[in-house]
Design a protein around this ligand. Structure first.
Ligand code: GTP
Ligand code: SPV
Ligand code: MN
Length: 624
């Protein structure tokens, strides 16, 4: 269909001054979509419109164009085939939680943990920002599917963006292209996701390497859960701009899931097969930069155990016909933390990012390959750091930004599970919660019940990291690692978790565990070696699922008995092990006070079941 020949296509036709024979046909007959694109074209006034078909040629052309334009650097084809380096503006290096809004109709629906503004007022304000924001740039329409395309669990989004970086990253992170429009059909529903870097170009003006709005106060990551829409302005980075990920697959999805009786969680999905051949599926929620990608594709050090990866960041979970919980990864790629990725820590990630990967904010070596801190190979004598400056090992600066990232196709992971695209999902045996806790929280702790497990998840906390543009290293409560990602009232979200026990046979629910790989001794050294050695904890968890693992009942949960963990071949001292696996009563009493204060922010939205759990813990600790 020609642009001018369909209702609503007129404005696109008129707005884009393009040679007629170049003019693409609109590849959809979805009336709502055409009308929406038309409206945004009028508002943002791009010089051009490009409907993404998701082909390899389109991807390659866009990357080549970005290289010519000075936005991307092509890496050495022999060392990193099909790979590019992109370095962002120094102001645009992570998610901006301060600038992230849940604009529900009623303020109460956003709850105490989200920024809120009236949706009409926010839209009026943002229209001012978007007005003419794409001048001099191409507007890209990205049809994408979160979840296996065409499956009943999939949600279709359409992202409009003026960033080539966003287009190619979305092509890796989600399922993009014509096939999505075909699945959408004439009347199908989609989630409109509007994005602009907010940097219009005047005629003849040369583009900068990373266009964005430098002033953080003028960035807006806004969700309208009642209508299911996302508007993002001013940032080109990660979760701020790749709108299928945190914005759609978590914030909007949580609010849909609450209404529809399923769960959208910040969880990795892995499978673990025992030497006897029994396969267990585990989901784990850790806050940003707290070890999900690493655990999701970890190489077990325990002989005979095989781990496979189904997802590293997000899980959509539904009750299956048999009453068990089934998890699907809605994503198609990994957007992983780069620093610390080495053959020793995460050999499977190293292999995944060998080709067809976009690196953001790492250092460029003279040989055209990339480098980062704790890569496990010697630092180059000199490099160009992520800020574009000359770097030497003694210059006192980090070569890669602590929140530098790789974007890589999930299918490239050498241990990807054969069922990772199964729309039915995989049946979950255990939920793990965790975070960076240098003290108090033991290495592993099993909940007494579903409600106690929900209590554990809801009171989880972590030292903050560089994944958010804010202070790193301070303890904050982060229920279910969802504090920045829950699209509605956190108190209602906690009730939703509690309610799962009445939606199905509670005996079929996964067992719940809290783990902490990040305990430190008084000198600041990690007490637990982590990474592949975490397989020893996973083994105990599988044994607990089977009902065989040995545990001691304590005030805070079931802890592994001192000889219950398989530590063969591992050098951990008895004292360290005692520290890792004992109840620090005084520490827990302080913890309790902090939890009580945190819980008070939810007022009467705090589920009674959790009040009861809090009182229960208090009583048990007092007996110690
Ligand atoms: P997001 O992508 O932000 O959600 O992060 P993530 O939860 O996937 O965290 P990731 O696996 O990328 O790990 C973040 C940082 O934690 C990296 O620097 C890792 O090296 C480090 N890390 C991961 N697992 C462990 C572990 O078991 N022990 C220790 N000490 N560090 C770990
Ligand atoms: C996180 O911060 O949890 C991430 C990175 O996974 S981002 O996609 O930027 O949100
Ligand atoms: Mn994440």
């Amino acid at each position: 269909m020609k642009l001018g020949s369909i209702p609503g296509g007129g404005a696109i036709w008129n707005t884009i001054k393009k040679e007629k024979d170049n003019m693409a046909v609109i590849p959809t007959n979805n009336k709502k979509l055409i009308a929406w694109v038309d409206e945004i074209v009028k508002l943002c006034r791009p010089k051009d419109v490009h409907w993404c078909d998701g082909s390899k040629k389109e991807y390659d052309d866009l990357c080549s164009q970005a290289v010519r334009n000075g936005n991307f650097v092509k890496l050495n084809e022999k060392k990193r085939p099909g790979c590019f380096l992109v370095c962002s503006h120094a102001s645009d290096v992570a998610r901006v939680e301060d600038r992230t809004y849940i604009c529900s109709r009623k303020q109460e629906d956003a709850g105490p943990t989200n920024n809120w503004a009236d949706p009409d007022e926010m839209k009026a304000k943002l229209r001012g920002y978007f007005k003419g924001s794409m001048e001099g740039r191409t507007l890209y329409v990205i049809p994408f599917s979160m979840g296996p395309l065409g499956s009943p669990v999939a949600k279709i989004g359409i992202e409009i963006t003026d960033s080539v970086y966003v287009v190619v990253n979305m092509c890796i992170m989600t399922r993009v292209g014509q096939k999505v429009l075909d699945a959408l059909g004439e009347n199908g529903a989609f989630i409109p996701c509007l994005h602009s870097v907010g940097a219009p170009l005047k005629p003849g003006e040369k583009d900068v390497p990373w266009p964005c709005v430098p002033d953080p106060k003028n960035k807006y990551i806004v969700h309208f859960p009642d209508e299911g829409a996302i508007w993002s302005f001013g940032s080109g980075y990660g979760g701020n701009a790749l709108l299928g990920k945190k914005c759609l697959a978590l914030r909007i999805a949580t609010s849909l899931a609450k209404k529809e009786g399923w769960m959208a969680e910040h969880m990795l999905i892995l499978s673990l097969t025992s030497p006897e051949g029994k396969k267990y599926y585990i989901c784990a929620a850790f806050p940003s930069a707290c070890g999900k990608t690493n655990l999701a594709m970890m190489q077990p050090t325990l002989p005979g155990w095989t781990l496979k990866c189904l997802g590293d960041d997000i899980a959509w979970i539904r009750i299956g016909d048999d009453g068990r919980l089934y998890a699907v990864n809605p994503e198609y790629g990994f957007f992983g933390v780069v620093p610390g990725t080495s053959d020793e820590s995460n050999p499977n990630a190293v292999k995944t990012i060998q080709s067809n990967t976009i690196f953001t904010n790492v250092a460029l070596k003279p040989d055209g390959d990339v480098w980062w801190e704790d890569m496990g190979v010697p630092a180059p004598d000199k490099a160009i750091d992520w800020t574009g400056r000359e770097w030497t090992p003694d210059c006192g600066r980090k070569a890669a930004h602590p929140n530098s990232r790789f974007t890589a196709p999930a299918g490239q992971c050498p241990v990807i599970d054969p069922d990772w695209e199964n729309p039915k999902g995989v049946p979950i045996s255990a939920f793990l919660f965790g975070g960076r806790r240098p003290s108090t929280i033991p290495l592993a702790n099993e909940a007494f019940s579903w409600e106690h497990g929900v209590f554990m998840g809801s009171t989880g906390g972590s030292e903050t990291t560089f994944a958010n543009l804010s202070q790193a290293g301070v303890l904050r409560r982060d229920p279910f690692a969802m504090l920045p990602f829950c699209g509605y009232h956190m108190g209602d979200y906690l009730s939703h978790w509690i309610s799962m026990a009445s939606r199905t046979d509670r005996n079929k629910l996964p067992k719940i565990f809290f783990v902490n790989w990040f305990r430190k001794d008084t000198t600041g050294k990690w007490l637990w070696p982590g990474y592949g050695e975490n397989s020893r904890v996973l083994k105990w968890i599988c044994e607990r699922v089977e009902g065989t693992g040995k545990a001691v009942k304590t005030a805070i949960g079931y802890l592994p008995e001192k000889d219950a963990l398989d530590l063969k071949g591992l050098d951990v001292s008895r004292t360290d092990l005692d520290n890792l696996l004992s109840v620090d009563v005084e520490g827990w009493k302080r913890e309790l006070a902090d939890i009580e204060q945190f819980y008070s922010t939810f007022g009467d939205k705090l589920p009674d079941a959790l009040k009861k759990e809090l009182e229960g813990l208090k009583g048990r600790l007092e007996q110690n």
